[in-house]
Each structure stands twice: as structure tokens, then as C-alpha cells.
Design a binder for this molecule. Structure first.
Ligand SMILES: [Zn+2]
Length: 550
């Protein structure tokens, strides 16, 4: 029998060892580069630290793969591992991101348009070097057939030995490694493929647990404080949900460039307040949006496993008409029970020339979409959410029309690594200028309505534009730089609404530098719409301190 097997055929455990060697070394390029660059790993110290980490990782991967990768699975698992470590390495090296459950959730929720923005030549090169070449090599290797009993003995024996080696080296270099991971927490999220496997497990377990739970209704006692006599006197509140806008580049917040000229004029008229110290709930759309519209607030939201309705359900329950217009990748469950319209379905050539739509398309659609809502509810008041494309990257240049690009030259590639940093910032700032235009145009439309109107704008998270080597967003919150969590927020109130409510704009202005967060959105929306419920927390309502009679 032995003669029939070519001499060069691999013993399955040997081929597994080659795979482990590749995954540990080439498959962890960003991890090794990050350690090499640390100030405390220099000279001999660098070699010993990296040497022991390399042995530990090699041994842990051997242990892990020997336990469950048997010959029949070796090649498909090998290719899957190559895809996993190459894609995670590519994003870590290109954008400085790390891999955790929220980043993965972000990736899973990404739609086709967004994926297209990420494709580039360097990415194709990475796929060729990291997946195609080693994958083809692996697939073509002959594997010797080994009797099951001896194979099991060898693989389990190797696994045990590898585990002991990993523990031994870890014990010997404990101090070194412990201080390294304590001082540089991001390293933990950079170890391929354990980072991805851990994130997938957390995400699937979490989602599976949540899916089995019934949706809990909230604010069942919700009602309007005052019933309007007709639609003409009922309030119309627009909530603009910003995308990837960071406070650092908002002119109103003191940025050196005037990226918000139109909003500045509106503020000068006294009807607009910009809040300069607002923290986001998460660092991605997927993490922030459901949290912002939840009654729980960041900490309770993150620790809760239950599914709850959002503030939109409460408004609807109080009798108001609610509408969600989406120019983004959906409302992440927040608008499931209210009328919603995605702009991609509308096909408005004026604003959607490239298949993606500029945010103004939502304003263009607003009148007819409002008219389609239930008239009985409209008579009680209307709340519209417009979910922006905003400053969504990396293709920032697509977020502003040609006529609205004051900052030149701008990076006109979605492969950010091809552009000098200042061109990336130019393209990003142009997207903020367009957001300024979009919000101001919406305010002007609201001013033209004779009824009481209001607008609130709040971004879902910020963005890194190359500071500390980081790009885009989605860092684990505890590691995220301020650029990703400090977001712009503003409120504009029409004169009729100010008069009717007897709200004092100077008072609101005096709140503008307070430390606020996404936790304030739920309660401030209830305050703005005058919906009363036991759930409402006045201390998280921006308007409660400025209402007359308080
Ligand atoms: Zn977002």
C-alpha cells in the first residue's frame, strides 16, 4: 500500500504545521509591525519579546488547529483562514483599525455600495499575495492517508505538547507580555485569526440570544401634553441623523476652517444652538444608531440583552405621525414599525447620478412623503428622521457635489493611502460643507412652513483622518480616539415654536458647552415633541431647564 502513495505527499499534521507557520508569521504582519514600532521594544528587548510572542502564538495556533482540523477539513479550513487573516490584516494595515465584535457587526451590515468604496488595487494585491498564491499552493499539496488511530494520537499529542510550550513560554515572559498588553490594549485585537474568531463567536452568540427574546414595548403611557386643534398648528420636527461627522471639523465648534458658513448665519439670527461637547454612544453606525434611539442610555443599553422599542414607537403611540427617510444603509431596526423610505428606491436622477444619492434627495422627497402619512396622525404632529450619507468614508469626495467643494485639492480616490493627508482632510471638510448646506436648506424649508417647526441634528459617531495612523471609525470604544467619539449636535427652533412653548433661546444657548451625550437624544426628542411618559428623564432633556415656569 505504501508504494502507491507518492513519497512527497505530506503527513497531514506536517502540512498543518506549515499552515500554522504561515498564519503565525505572514498572517500576522500587522501585529509584528505594531510590536516592532513600540518604543519599549527596542534592540535586544525587541528580539526577546517578539521571539517569545512568536513561539506562544505558534504553539497556540498549533494547539487550536490540531484539536479540530482533521485531514478532510485541512484544505477548506486553510483557505478560510487565509481569507480571514488576509482581510483582517489588510484593514488593520490600511486603516489602523482593529478587529472586535462591533467592527465585525459593522462589516456584516455594510451594503454593496459601501464595499465598492473599499475596493482598490492594493486590496487586490493583498488578496493575491495572502489568499490566491498560498491558497493555490495549499490546495495542490498531496496528503498522505494515515490510519485514523495513529493520526488521532499524533494530532492530540502535538496539541498537548503545543499547549504546554505556550504555557511555559508565557510563564517565562509573563512580565514582559503583561506590561505590553496592558499599555497597548489594541494589540489584543490584532492577533490573527483569534481576533476574528472571538468577534464572530461574541456576535453570533449575542445575536442568537437577542433574537429569541420578545420585543418589549416601552412608554405605553405616552401621550401628548397638548392636543393641537389641526395640522396647521401641530408641530413638525425634523431630526437629521448625521453620518461620520466629527465635531473637530465642524466650523460651529471652533474648527479653524469655516466648514459651516450657512449654519453660522442661522446661529447669528439667534434661533440655532450648537452643542460643543457631545459624546457618541458607539464608534460605528451599527453600535450608535440603536443606542441613540433607545431609552436605556449607553451603559444600560450595552449591558442589556433585551430588545426594546425605540423612541419612534413612543412618538407613534402618543398619536404622532412618524417617518424615516434613509440615504444610508438602513435604520438598524430603529424604524421597523414606522413608515420608512430608502432613497435608493426613489431613482431621482437629479441627486442620484452615480447610483448613490446626495443627501438633498431626502429634502426633495420630503413634501410628498409627508403627504402620504396618515392625516389623523399628522393632525397631532409629525416627526421625520432623515438619515444622512453625510461624511461616510473612505470615498469622502463622493459626499459633496462639484459646485460645493471649496477646499482643494481633494483626495478623489477611495484608497486613502494614495492621497496626502491634507487632501483627505479637504475631501472630508467638503463633505461637512455639504452637510452644512443640507441642514441649512432644511431649516429654510421649515421656516417657510407656517406651523411650529424644529430641527435637531446629531451625528452617529466621528471619524479618524490619519491621526495616530488611524483612519475611518469603529475602534473599540475604550481605545477609540476623541475624533471618533466627539460628535456635533445642534438644535434650531422656529419662532412660532419658541413662542408657543415660551422657550428661551438664551437659556438654551447657556447649555451649549455642557457635557452631553447620545443619552440625551431620547429624552430631548420627547421634550421637543411634548410627549409625556413615565420613561422621560428631565435631566437628560435639553429643553427641560429652559421651559417657562421652571
Ligand atoms: Zn455611521
Amino acid at each position: 500500500m505504501k508504494l502507491l502513495t507518492p513519497r512527497t505527499a505530506w503527513h497531514p499534521t506536517q502540512l498543518l504545521a506549515v499552515m500554522v507557520l504561515w498564519l503565525t508569521t505572514a498572517g500576522n504582519l500587522p501585529f509584528w509591525m505594531a510590536i516592532w514600532r513600540l518604543p519599549e521594544t527596542q534592540g535586544l528587548r525587541a528580539l526577546t519579546t517578539m521571539g517569545s510572542l512568536w513561539v506562544i502564538l505558534l504553539a497556540l495556533l498549533t494547539w487550536f488547529l490540531c484539536l479540530w482540523v482533521w485531514p478532510r477539513w485541512l484544505k477548506p479550513v486553510g483557505v478560510a483562514m487565509l481569507v480571514t487573516v488576509t482581510s483582517s490584516s489588510y484593514f488593520m494595515l490600511t486603516y489602523g483599525v482593529v478587529i472586535d465584535a462591533s467592527m465585525l457587526a459593522n462589516v456584516v451590515q455594510t451594503d454593496v455600495r459601501e464595499v465598492r468604496d473599499l475596493l482598490s488595487w492594493p486590496m487586490l494585491a493583498a488578496v493575491l499575495m495572502g489568499v490566491v498564491l498560498p491558497g493555490v499552493w495549499l490546495w495542490r499539496q498531496p496528503i498522505r492517508s494515515v490510519p485514523a488511530k495513529s493520526l488521532i494520537g499524533r494530532q492530540l499529542g502535538t496539541a498537548l505538547l503545543a499547549f504546554l510550550v505556550a504555557m511555559g513560554v508565557f510563564w517565562m515572559s509573563f512580565q514582559d507580555i503583561a506590561s505590553l498588553t496592558r499599555n497597548h490594549k489594541q494589540l489584543r485585537y490584532m492577533i490573527n485569526p483569534f481576533n476574528s474568531l472571538y468577534a464572530v463567536t461574541l456576535l453570533t452568540v449575542g445575536q442568537a440570544a437577542q433574537a429569541t427574546r420578545p420585543l418589549q414595548s416601552i412608554g405605553e403611557d405616552a401621550k401628548l401634553l397638548k392636543t393641537p386643534s389641526s395640522e396647521a398648528s401641530a408641530p413638525l420636527v425634523v431630526l437629521i441623523l448625521g453620518e461620520t461627522a466629527r465635531a473637530a471639523n465642524f466650523g460651529l465648534g471652533g474648527y479653524a476652517r469655516d466648514t459651516t458658513p450657512q449654519l453660522r448665519q442661522l446661529r447669528a439670527q439667534g434661533d440655532l444652538v450648537y452643542f460643543s461637547d457631545v459624546k457618541s454612544c458607539g464608534t460605528s453606525t451599527q453600535a450608535s444608531v440603536p443606542c441613540m434611539f433607545s431609552h436605556l442610555g449607553k451603559s444600560a443599553y450595552e449591558s442589556s440583552k433585551d430588545r426594546y422599542e425605540s423612541v419612534l414607537d413612543v412618538l407613534q403611540r402618543a398619536g404622532m405621525a412618524v417617518l424615516w427617510l434613509d440615504n444610508q444603509s438602513g435604520c438598524k431596526g430603529v424604524c421597523d414599525r414606522v413608515p420608512s423610505v430608502a432613497t435608493t428606491a426613489l431613482k431621482v436622477p437629479e441627486y442620484c447620478a452615480s447610483g448613490e444619492c446626495l443627501d438633498e434627495v431626502m429634502l426633495h422627497e420630503l413634501p410628498q412623503q409627508l403627504a402620504a402619512l396618515d392625516p389623523l396622525k399628522r393632525a397631532q404632529g409629525t416627526v421625520v428622521v432623515m438619515h444622512q450619507m453625510g461624511s461616510h468614508g473612505p470615498a469622502y469626495y463622493k459626499r459633496s457635489p462639484a459646485a460645493m467643494k471649496p477646499f482643494q485639492p481633494e483626495c478623489s480616490s477611495h484608497a486613502l493611502q494614495n492621497c496626502p493627508p491634507e487632501h483627505i482632510v479637504n475631501a472630508y471638510d467638503n463633505s461637512i460643507v455639504y452637510t452644512d448646506h443640507f441642514i441649512a436648506k432644511t431649516v429654510k424649508w421649515l421656516q417657510a412652513q407656517s406651523r411650529p417647526t424644529a430641527l435637531m441634528y446629531l451625528s452617529d459617531h466621528g471619524e479618524s483622518l490619519g491621526e495616530k495612523g488611524l483612519y475611518l471609525h469603529g475602534m473599540p470604544y475604550s481605545l477609540a480616539p476623541k475624533e471618533q467619539t466627539h460628535v456635533p449636535m445642534l438644535v434650531w427652533l422656529s419662532k412660532p415654536l419658541q413662542r408657543e412653548r415660551q422657550w428661551d433661546m438664551n437659556c438654551l444657548q447657556s447649555q451649549s458647552a455642557k457635557a452631553l451625550s447620545h443619552d440625551h437624544l431620547f429624552h430631548s426628542v420627547l421634550g421637543l415633541t411634548q410627549v409625556s411618559t413615565q420613561l422621560a428623564k428631565p435631566e437628560l432633556n435639553l429643553f427641560s431647564a429652559c421651559a417657562a415656569g421652571r
